[in-house]
Design a protein around this ligand. Sequence first.
Ligand code: GRF
Length: 210
Amino acid sequence: MGGKVTGKLKVGVLISGRGSNLQALIDACAERDFPAEIVLVISNVAGVYGLERAKKARIPALVIPHGNYPSREAFDDAMDDALRAAGVEFICLAGFMRLLGAKFARGWEGKLVNIHPSLLPAFKGVRVHEQVLDAGVAMSGATVHFVIPELDSGPAIVQAEVPVHPGDTVETLAARVLKQEHVIYPIALRMVAEGRVKYENGRVVIRDRA
Ligand code: GRF
Protein backbone atom coordinates (compact mmCIF):
# COMPACT_ATOMS: atom_id res chain seq x y z
CA MET A 1 0.00 0.00 0.00
CA GLY A 2 1.14 3.56 -0.68
CA GLY A 3 4.82 4.24 -0.91
CA LYS A 4 4.95 2.70 -4.36
CA VAL A 5 7.26 4.61 -6.65
CA THR A 6 4.86 4.24 -9.54
CA GLY A 7 1.11 4.25 -9.22
CA LYS A 8 -0.93 6.18 -6.73
CA LEU A 9 -2.79 4.82 -3.72
CA LYS A 10 -6.28 3.88 -4.89
CA VAL A 11 -8.82 5.45 -2.58
CA GLY A 12 -12.54 4.88 -2.06
CA VAL A 13 -14.55 7.64 -0.40
CA LEU A 14 -17.80 6.91 1.46
CA ILE A 15 -20.29 9.75 1.82
CA SER A 16 -23.87 10.42 2.88
CA GLY A 17 -24.35 14.09 2.03
CA ARG A 18 -23.03 17.33 0.61
CA GLY A 19 -19.46 16.03 0.29
CA SER A 20 -17.38 19.11 1.02
CA ASN A 21 -14.64 16.90 2.47
CA LEU A 22 -14.88 14.69 -0.61
CA GLN A 23 -14.32 17.88 -2.64
CA ALA A 24 -11.21 18.73 -0.60
CA LEU A 25 -9.87 15.26 -1.40
CA ILE A 26 -10.82 15.53 -5.08
CA ASP A 27 -9.00 18.87 -5.30
CA ALA A 28 -5.91 17.47 -3.59
CA CYS A 29 -5.87 14.42 -5.86
CA ALA A 30 -6.05 16.71 -8.89
CA GLU A 31 -2.55 17.92 -8.08
CA ARG A 32 -0.06 16.10 -10.22
CA ASP A 33 2.28 15.12 -7.39
CA PHE A 34 -0.43 14.01 -4.95
CA PRO A 35 0.23 10.35 -4.10
CA ALA A 36 -3.40 9.16 -4.07
CA GLU A 37 -6.31 8.97 -6.51
CA ILE A 38 -10.00 8.48 -5.86
CA VAL A 39 -11.24 5.50 -7.86
CA LEU A 40 -14.71 5.13 -6.34
CA VAL A 41 -17.24 7.16 -4.36
CA ILE A 42 -20.06 5.35 -2.58
CA SER A 43 -23.06 7.07 -1.04
CA ASN A 44 -25.61 5.24 1.08
CA VAL A 45 -28.09 8.00 0.24
CA ALA A 46 -29.37 8.74 -3.29
CA GLY A 47 -29.49 12.26 -4.69
CA VAL A 48 -26.95 13.88 -2.39
CA TYR A 49 -24.70 16.68 -3.63
CA GLY A 50 -21.54 14.70 -3.03
CA LEU A 51 -22.56 12.44 -5.93
CA GLU A 52 -22.63 15.50 -8.21
CA ARG A 53 -19.13 16.37 -7.11
CA ALA A 54 -17.93 12.89 -8.05
CA LYS A 55 -19.67 13.12 -11.40
CA LYS A 56 -18.10 16.51 -12.15
CA ALA A 57 -14.69 15.08 -11.35
CA ARG A 58 -15.44 12.02 -13.56
CA ILE A 59 -15.03 9.64 -10.63
CA PRO A 60 -17.16 6.47 -10.68
CA ALA A 61 -19.88 6.75 -8.06
CA LEU A 62 -22.34 4.24 -6.68
CA VAL A 63 -25.40 4.52 -4.50
CA ILE A 64 -25.71 1.59 -2.12
CA PRO A 65 -28.83 2.32 -0.06
CA HIS A 66 -28.49 0.75 3.38
CA GLY A 67 -32.28 0.26 3.47
CA ASN A 68 -32.04 -2.32 0.69
CA TYR A 69 -30.15 -4.75 2.91
CA PRO A 70 -31.55 -6.98 5.64
CA SER A 71 -28.72 -6.30 8.07
CA ARG A 72 -25.75 -4.04 8.75
CA GLU A 73 -23.43 -6.87 7.80
CA ALA A 74 -25.16 -7.42 4.45
CA PHE A 75 -24.87 -3.69 3.70
CA ASP A 76 -21.21 -3.64 4.75
CA ASP A 77 -20.54 -6.71 2.58
CA ALA A 78 -22.09 -5.00 -0.45
CA MET A 79 -19.81 -2.01 0.05
CA ASP A 80 -16.83 -4.26 0.61
CA ASP A 81 -17.51 -6.09 -2.66
CA ALA A 82 -17.84 -2.83 -4.61
CA LEU A 83 -14.69 -1.37 -3.08
CA ARG A 84 -12.61 -4.46 -3.79
CA ALA A 85 -14.01 -4.78 -7.33
CA ALA A 86 -12.85 -1.20 -7.99
CA GLY A 87 -9.36 -2.01 -6.74
CA VAL A 88 -9.67 0.25 -3.70
CA GLU A 89 -6.68 0.02 -1.35
CA PHE A 90 -7.66 2.66 1.19
CA ILE A 91 -10.97 4.13 2.39
CA CYS A 92 -11.79 7.67 3.50
CA LEU A 93 -15.08 8.22 5.31
CA ALA A 94 -16.26 11.75 4.55
CA GLY A 95 -19.53 12.57 6.22
CA PHE A 96 -20.58 8.92 6.04
CA MET A 97 -23.44 8.68 8.51
CA ARG A 98 -23.77 4.91 8.98
CA LEU A 99 -22.05 2.89 11.64
CA LEU A 100 -19.75 0.29 10.14
CA GLY A 101 -19.76 -3.18 11.62
CA ALA A 102 -16.75 -4.72 13.32
CA LYS A 103 -16.16 -7.18 10.46
CA PHE A 104 -15.82 -4.34 7.94
CA ALA A 105 -13.64 -2.26 10.27
CA ARG A 106 -11.35 -5.22 10.96
CA GLY A 107 -11.23 -6.17 7.28
CA TRP A 108 -9.91 -2.70 6.46
CA GLU A 109 -7.85 -2.22 9.60
CA GLY A 110 -5.15 0.39 9.06
CA LYS A 111 -6.66 1.23 5.67
CA LEU A 112 -9.75 3.07 6.82
CA VAL A 113 -9.87 6.64 8.11
CA ASN A 114 -12.57 9.09 9.15
CA ILE A 115 -12.85 12.81 9.72
CA HIS A 116 -14.65 13.96 12.84
CA PRO A 117 -15.51 17.57 13.69
CA SER A 118 -14.03 17.70 17.20
CA LEU A 119 -10.76 17.20 18.97
CA LEU A 120 -11.17 13.51 19.70
CA PRO A 121 -11.39 11.81 22.14
CA ALA A 122 -13.63 14.71 23.21
CA PHE A 123 -17.16 14.94 21.80
CA LYS A 124 -17.72 11.69 19.96
CA GLY A 125 -20.93 10.77 18.17
CA VAL A 126 -23.45 13.10 16.57
CA ARG A 127 -24.53 16.73 17.21
CA VAL A 128 -20.89 17.40 17.93
CA HIS A 129 -20.95 21.20 17.79
CA GLU A 130 -24.00 21.28 20.05
CA GLN A 131 -22.12 19.12 22.55
CA VAL A 132 -19.13 21.46 22.35
CA LEU A 133 -21.22 24.60 22.91
CA ASP A 134 -23.14 22.95 25.77
CA ALA A 135 -19.87 22.00 27.44
CA GLY A 136 -18.67 25.61 27.31
CA VAL A 137 -15.15 24.75 26.17
CA ALA A 138 -12.97 27.42 24.56
CA MET A 139 -11.34 25.20 21.94
CA SER A 140 -12.66 22.73 19.44
CA GLY A 141 -11.30 21.37 16.19
CA ALA A 142 -11.20 18.46 13.80
CA THR A 143 -9.57 15.04 13.77
CA VAL A 144 -8.58 12.60 11.03
CA HIS A 145 -8.26 9.20 12.66
CA PHE A 146 -7.98 5.53 11.84
CA VAL A 147 -11.27 3.70 12.27
CA ILE A 148 -11.61 0.88 14.77
CA PRO A 149 -14.84 -0.95 15.64
CA GLU A 150 -15.58 1.44 18.56
CA LEU A 151 -17.19 4.63 17.25
CA ASP A 152 -14.91 7.68 16.91
CA SER A 153 -12.23 5.98 18.97
CA GLY A 154 -9.31 5.13 16.68
CA PRO A 155 -5.96 6.91 16.97
CA ALA A 156 -5.53 10.36 15.42
CA ILE A 157 -3.37 11.06 12.38
CA VAL A 158 -3.81 14.84 12.20
CA GLN A 159 -5.76 17.26 14.37
CA ALA A 160 -6.44 20.98 13.97
CA GLU A 161 -7.61 23.29 16.73
CA VAL A 162 -10.08 26.13 16.33
CA PRO A 163 -11.25 28.60 18.95
CA VAL A 164 -14.82 28.60 20.20
CA HIS A 165 -15.95 32.22 20.39
CA PRO A 166 -18.49 33.59 22.84
CA GLY A 167 -21.73 33.94 20.91
CA ASP A 168 -20.90 31.08 18.54
CA THR A 169 -23.85 29.12 17.18
CA VAL A 170 -23.74 25.57 15.86
CA GLU A 171 -23.54 27.10 12.37
CA THR A 172 -20.69 29.54 13.01
CA LEU A 173 -18.66 26.94 14.88
CA ALA A 174 -19.34 24.23 12.29
CA ALA A 175 -18.17 26.55 9.50
CA ARG A 176 -14.93 27.39 11.33
CA VAL A 177 -14.23 23.71 12.01
CA LEU A 178 -15.16 22.64 8.46
CA LYS A 179 -12.53 24.98 6.98
CA GLN A 180 -9.90 23.12 8.99
CA GLU A 181 -11.34 19.73 8.03
CA HIS A 182 -10.69 20.62 4.40
CA VAL A 183 -7.08 21.45 5.26
CA ILE A 184 -6.22 18.41 7.36
CA TYR A 185 -7.94 15.63 5.39
CA PRO A 186 -5.65 15.98 2.36
CA ILE A 187 -2.64 16.31 4.66
CA ALA A 188 -3.53 13.06 6.43
CA LEU A 189 -4.19 11.22 3.18
CA ARG A 190 -0.86 12.37 1.76
CA MET A 191 0.97 11.15 4.87
CA VAL A 192 -0.69 7.75 4.66
CA ALA A 193 -0.22 7.42 0.89
CA GLU A 194 3.47 8.24 1.21
CA GLY A 195 3.79 5.53 3.83
CA ARG A 196 4.86 8.06 6.46
CA VAL A 197 2.02 7.11 8.79
CA LYS A 198 0.97 3.61 9.72
CA TYR A 199 -1.51 1.96 12.03
CA GLU A 200 0.13 -0.57 14.31
CA ASN A 201 -1.56 -2.33 17.22
CA GLY A 202 -4.05 0.42 17.86
CA ARG A 203 -1.51 3.23 17.55
CA VAL A 204 -0.39 5.64 14.89
CA VAL A 205 3.27 5.34 14.00
CA ILE A 206 4.99 8.19 12.19
CA ARG A 207 7.82 6.76 10.14
CA ASP A 208 9.50 9.81 8.75
CA ARG A 209 8.68 13.42 9.34
CA ALA A 210 11.04 14.71 6.65
C1 GRF B 1 -18.15 16.96 8.46
O1 GRF B 1 -18.27 17.92 9.47
C2 GRF B 1 -17.46 15.72 8.97
O2 GRF B 1 -16.50 15.99 9.93
C3 GRF B 1 -18.59 14.97 9.60
O3 GRF B 1 -19.69 15.19 8.75
C4 GRF B 1 -19.51 16.41 8.04
C5 GRF B 1 -19.56 16.07 6.59
O4 GRF B 1 -19.51 17.21 5.77
N1 GRF B 1 -18.22 13.58 9.78
P1 GRF B 1 -19.27 17.05 4.21
O5 GRF B 1 -20.32 16.08 3.68
O6 GRF B 1 -17.89 16.54 4.00
O7 GRF B 1 -19.47 18.42 3.64
